[in-house]
Design a protein around this ligand. Structure first.
Ligand SMILES: Cc1ncc(COP(=O)(O)O)c(C=O)c1O
Length: 372
């Protein structure tokens, strides 16, 4: 059982191959009709007015932060996120301020954001870890509104996820999605910025194409960069996106089976959806009891049962990452604890029942040996 599996059905592979032939034949290789189609489809799926395609999730974050004007100011970032969340802040000339999170959601709460705010705060970056949108999202947004600062969502994990019927990407000024290869839907590499702001849409289009005031003019009005998505990647992304609904259904069925089985394995505590949340289960997260050797747990499921557990989200908090040491400011105990103590179970968008059985057999046996 692989830790991750990229699922492109035969039909989809043929559709991509046809699209590549068409793109090469008509010679429109970037910022063409495929990009527009991908943007329109993504915006529609997420019920947001605008989507702007770029070549990575990191680019989407950086564009949102540039438009928010965070240079020389602080941006609140959860300690347990991917390096790129903080790197996007650094690239804009801002300073990441790491905040603690809640164990029940792996996300910021209004209280942890409040503890990290200073007069220099320019924005808050909320990350929907594993596809779970915290029910604190409205309180966090309110806090941001009260301070007059934007909330930006790092929705890299959260394709198609909702809280209270509202989609990831619709809670803040902007939401940044990633189409990195392992994400729930992928374009190979790619990203998408979503927003309901017309101004932000227009600015984002300028930023992604070297800050040019218009496509055909050599006239640079912003410090943009080469963040365009190629038409080939847009075609892959749009074709894969058509599967999002069925992928999420399959992933949720897998998650339901895991949650039911874990009820009989005391000490293994899954991250469950709080009321109102609908996750895509990009990650299925389980907390191990304190003192259990995670590396050994993973080794045993792999070596004895052929079940390779996926990577954690994330095993080392950002304030402990060597390259970010200068931004670390004291302990963040919840983030440190959950980073050290969780595992993720494999969830594939085409996972079969017998594969779920195989994971559960491994879990149960290793649970008996290591937890008892
Ligand atoms: C939480 C988070 N933020 C940002 C990113 C960056 O996305 P990308 O790799 O597409 O630049 C990722 C993806 O890998 C991510 O998981």
């Amino acid at each position: 059982m692989p830790a991750a599996r990229v699922v492109f059905a035969e039909d989809d592979r043929s559709a991509v191959a046809d699209a590549v032939v068409e793109i090469l034949a008509d010679g429109m290789l970037t910022l063409g009709p495929r990009t527009e189609r991908f943007e329109t489809a993504f915006a529609s799926v997420h019920e947001v007015p605008h989507a702007i395609a770029v070549n990575s999730g990191t680019a989407a974050l950086e564009i949102a932060l540039r438009i928010a004007g965070v240079a020389d100011r602080e941006v609140v970032v959860p300690a347990n996120t991917f390096y790129a969340t903080a790197a996007a802040v650094l690239h804009t000339g801002g300073r990441p301020v790491f905040a603690d999170v809640e164990a029940a959601t792996f996300a910021l709460s209004a209280a942890t954001v409040e503890a990290a705010l200073t007069p220099a705060t320019a924005a808050v970056l909320l990350v929907h870890i594993g596809g779970l949108i915290t029910p604190e999202v409205d309180a966090i947004r309110q806090l941001c509104d009260d301070r007059g600062i934007p909330l930006i969502e790092d929705a890299a994990h959260a394709h198609g996820c909702t809280y209270d019927g509202r989609f990831a990407g619709s809670f803040g000024l902007a939401g940044a999605f990633s189409f990195y290869a392992t994400k729930v839907t992928t374009s190979g590499e790619g990203g998408m910025l979503v927003t309901s702001s017309d101004r932000l849409r227009d600015e984002a289009r300028v930023y992604r194409d070297q800050g040019k005031g218009s496509f055909n003019a050599n006239h640079h009005v912003r410090e943009g960069y080469s963040w365009r998505l190629s038409e080939v990647h847009a075609a892959i992304g749009e074709i894969h996106l058509r599967r999002l609904k069925e992928f999420i259904e399959t992933r949720r069925e897998v998650a339901d089976r895991y949650t039911a089985a874990l009820a009989d394995l005391p000490g293994l505590v899954p991250l469950v959806e709080p009321p109102g949340c609908r996750s895509n289960f990009y990650k299925y997260v389980v907390l191990l009891p304190e003192g259990v050797d995670r590396a050994r747990f993973k080794r045993e499921t792999a070596e004895r049962f052929g079940v390779r557990l996926p990577g954690e989200v994330y095993d080392l908090p950002l304030h402990h990452q060597p390259v970010l040491a200068e931004y670390a400011d004291g302990p963040l105990p919840v983030a440190e604890d959950i980073c050290a103590r969780h595992i993720c179970l494999p969830v594939h968008s085409d996972m079969r029942d017998d594969e779920v059985d195989q994971v559960l057999t491994a879990l149960s046996a290793v649970h008996t040996d290591l937890i008892g």
